[in-house]
Design a protein around this ligand. Sequence first.
Ligand SMILES: [Zn+2]
Length: 489
Amino acid sequence: MACVDDGTPPTLSFLGGAGTVTGSKHLVTTARGRILLDCGLFQGLKSLRLRNWDRPPFDPAGLTSVVLSHAHLDHSGWLPVLVRKGFRGAIHCTSGTADLVGVVLRDAAKIQEEDAARANRHGYSKHRPALPLYTVEDVERTLDRLRPHPYGRAVDVEAGARVTFRRAAHILGSATVQLDLDEQRPVRLVFSGDLGRWHRPILRDPEFVPEADVLLVESTYGDRTHANGSEETLVRVIRDAYDHGGAVIVPAFAIGRTQELIWTLRKLEDDGRLPQVPVYIDSPMARSVTELYCEHPEDHDLDMATLMDERRCPLCCREYHVVRTTQESKALNRRPGPMVIIAGSGMATGGRVLHHLRHRLPDPRTTVLLPGFQAAGTRGRSLQEGAREVKIHGGWVPVRARIETLDGLSAHADQDEILRWLGGFTRPPAVTWLVHGEPAASAALALRIESELGWTVGVAEDGASVSLLVEPDAPARAGREADARLQRG
Ligand SMILES: [Zn+2]
């Protein structure tokens, strides 16, 4: 790694999370260092998951630092591989993210170790022996490299590179990343990470960023606007389960959606809109994460802060059971409804929700409540698309349960909300790149940004590198204005 500026223009390379919503990895190469923005795991389609085993297109030992937008696995889940392959720099993030990523990565390693062991026991993997992508030991070595920082303060991550985190309101600790580089001329790269939403429970609203030369924006929901009415769906589904003695299975992400769901259930109970139904939180990770949500007041909005002052963490409901062991989890199979089981993972790709689905999908009294967006290739997406059977633990399970989607709980900004966040910039970035979206979503968002804001915008191509020294597109804009004048004239 060169330590002096040799005049090479800085570049940005899209190494994951481009054309897809997982595997987020964006490499900033300057004359002085190599900074990786996010280091996510590929999830979903098998062809994507296989990429987690590929050699990265850069030398991990040559990376100088990693900057992490938030703790979700599709942004952080490849870090242990990076460290095992030789990365020895610091991983910069917010304080909430540093706490969360410990829980997330330990859980991921444990699931991978258990899945590999199960595959070896039952012999349903092509690989003998089936190996986990990484182990709990790899994770511990990774966590030693975390460097937590407060929101809103510019911190030097290395010579000539400063990072400022601002609240993204997506999950606890989530941040947008402003990276200021001292190059031939100063360059400001802003990365949205995953953007959250305004006026949601628990977390404070997203913060605007005033300026960027190059902007990197997620586009998960770039072609959609969120439906409201998650409370109505929740009331309808839970009342129905109550009447018929059914189970409601929510394959929820342990982070964010589970806490928002618990918050909403508690509120509906407080308002007298729900009958008392036992709620089982069947995820040790969700329990740990819920505790962390209570421990980070810097992320709390006013309602959360007020309730925290009045009583202990308001993230629980009346008949609230935390399922601790696998045995307790399996014992739920013998328990009749009505009940709500909230279990990971959120797209039914792994974790304890699988054995609940295997047991209860054939029962027509069951409702599977999918918490919003389900990526292509996941069991959640198959169920959402009406699959009559799904494969779980190597066997086919018939689907007779009702499948519902709870859209309002999404932790991602929709098209209007992304535009609202973009509206916070006081001047157009020289170029805006869209990442973290399936192609249709990114294309729709690009069109809207171009037509409404008149910005220069492109959809990031997987594997492509672009320059960070972009001239402001004055000629292009002037051209467009001239065209508009001509048309008016
Ligand atoms: Zn996320």
